[in-house]
Design a protein around this ligand. Sequence first.
Ligand code: DC
Length: 232
Amino acid sequence: MKVNKKLTIAIDGFSSCGKSTMAKALAKKLNYIYVDSGAMYRAVTLYCINNNLISEGIINEDLLKQKLDEIHIDFIHNAETEQADTFLNGKNIEEKIRQIEVSNLVSPVSKLAFVRETLVDLQRKISKGKGVVMDGRDIGTVVFPNADLKIFMTADVEIRAQRRYDELISKNQKVNIQEIRDNISQRDFIDSNREVSPLRQAEDAIVLDNTNLTRQEQLNWILNLIELHFQS
Ligand code: DC
């Protein structure tokens, strides 16, 4: 599909809604870059875990602030999976950051204003001058308030837990569905109620409830929207 300019497409929504699946497929179709902003918050969380900056759920904020300059996050194309892997200080952490240990601590880390400020800068820098699809929680509200297209995704929590469970099981991770359901609900709550950049639907966002939609149906839905508004 040919669109009339390099679009900025923001996809926000609740945890485990399939945002990244749709964003990746869309970016591929349009030949745009895809930026997984959640992976950046996960990378900072992993850094905290690896460097003992979290003890009993409490983050050593002063130390993290000092160390922020030492955290370098990159996305590098993986020829085998045809997707970008997340790297932290030169190490591929793609698999590690999806584990439940990181999922359980990422929301408290992403509540911190100084972490958000740094990552939002990086998100804007990576995208400058490019056609981009970025997914997260504050992309349409904070990172790109002037995005060309804003989607807000939601789905029934049971369906989201089941999808995440199936995904982790397929990667041979030991998980139980209750733990996943609790993690999703807890992250929804923290992400929506934090003081800085809470998850909320931008006024000009279009809602997509994908509870009963297949991946292909979701992709078709957004491609139709783009065709309608931006095809050259
Ligand atoms: O998209 P994800 O589930 O991988 O994101 C992990 C966490 O990172 C999510 O629970 C909240 C945080 N996050 C955020 O605060 N802002 C973003 N733009 C993206 C993610």
